[in-house]
Design a protein around this ligand. Structure first.
Ligand code: C5P
Length: 301
């Protein structure tokens, strides 16, 4: 019989994010959009487990609608890592999905980042951090953000990440996440910005103004500086998301915004009590079938 430690899996939680700011600064020649974005980690998690063995990549997933081949970002991250590190061994990976898909929460990007860093550990730290960042940015614009653990400013297409400290204004804050039950394709959202020239060509500098508010200790001063250019096409097509925001603000949320390219709406609130009260009222108003989550903002690692 083989010793049990040979079967021990490396288990990692994979957090999600919201964009407190997503300011599009124009379309680039390579087809991507130039951004200034402020990303905040959220302690709502998928879970991944990794075990060395077998040949190639053997991925299983709790979510039946997700493919487990090269179309899956976890599979692609594992393949890219093994190739870059020149490792001939195989790996078994299981992905327990809790974060909704195509939700603007970066679930898949987080899974890819966790895969890169967990496999680097599992196979004996084969690649330096900078190389992991390069691999991450090849996998997706949001992946480098998830290779670190703090709020961050993203520039370029979002992949150039400057870590920031924790924001005083959010020190006691809770976040609510509300997913309407449908997903939104990120390429669709960016393509449809073309019909909204003001949103497509935002003025730079919103991040400086928002960071000033986040640096002061007043949660109720933050809301007016939150902004997401992609709301222009998405809220036009899905007006229910505007109704969610209006309701959350009426119910006492300090701020409400769409995250990423949607479809998740998030709200910032002052306490757990307020979070629970609003979610209860939200359920009565919009039905219990909608996916919701709440969490205290703070470290995810
Ligand atoms: O980088 P990622 O794979 O997440 O991007 C998905 C799609 O979103 C891209 O193919 C592109 O259509 C769009 N996108 C963009 N500008 C960005 C980020 C994403 O146009 N900064």
């Amino acid at each position: 019989m083989l010793a049990p430690f040979l079967f021990m899996a490396t288990v990692r939680r994979s957090p999600c994010k919201v964009n407190l700011l997503l300011n599009v600064l124009g379309k680039r020649p390579d087809g991507f959009h130039e951004l200034e974005t402020i990303l905040h980690p959220i302690p709502v998690f998928d879970e991944l487990s990794f075990t060395k063995g077998g040949a190639g990549i053997n991925l299983t997933c709790s979510e039946q609608s997700l493919p487990v081949d090269h179309r899956n970002l976890v599979y692609r991250a594992a393949a890219l890592f093994l190739e870059a590190a020149g490792i001939p061994e195989g790996v078994h990976i299981h992905l327990q999905k809790n974060i909704p898909l195509a939700a603007g929460l970066g679930g898949g990007s987080g899974n890819a980042a966790v895969t890169l860093s967990a496999m680097n550990e599992l196979f004996g730290t084969a690649l330096p951090p900078q190389r992991l960042e390069e691999l991450g940015s090849q996998l997706g614009s949001d992946v480098p953000f998830f290779l670190q653990n703090t709020p961050a400013l993203g520039t370029g297409r979002g992949e150039r990440v400057q870590p920031l400290g924790w924001f005083p204004a959010l020190a006691d804050a809770w976040v609510l996440l509300i997913h309407p039950g449908f997903g939104i394709s990120t390429p669709w959202a960016y393509q449809n910005l073309a019909r909204f020239p003001d949103a497509l060509n935002g003025d730079p500098g919103r991040s400086t103004r928002l960071l000033a508010r986040l640096g002061a200790a007043e949660l109720n001063q933050v809301g007016p500086e939150l902004y997401n250019s992609l709301e222009a096409p998405v809220l036009e097509k899905y007006p229910i998301l505007r109704l969610y925001q209006d309701f959350l603000l009426e119910q006492g949320a300090d701020a409400a915004l769409m995250s990423g390219s949607g479809s998740t709406t998030f709200a910032l609130v002052s306490s757990q009590t307020v979070a629970e009260r609003i979610l209860e009222h939200f359920g009565s108003r919009f039905g219990d079938q909608i996916w919701t989550a709440s969490a205290k903002l703070g470290p995810t690692a």
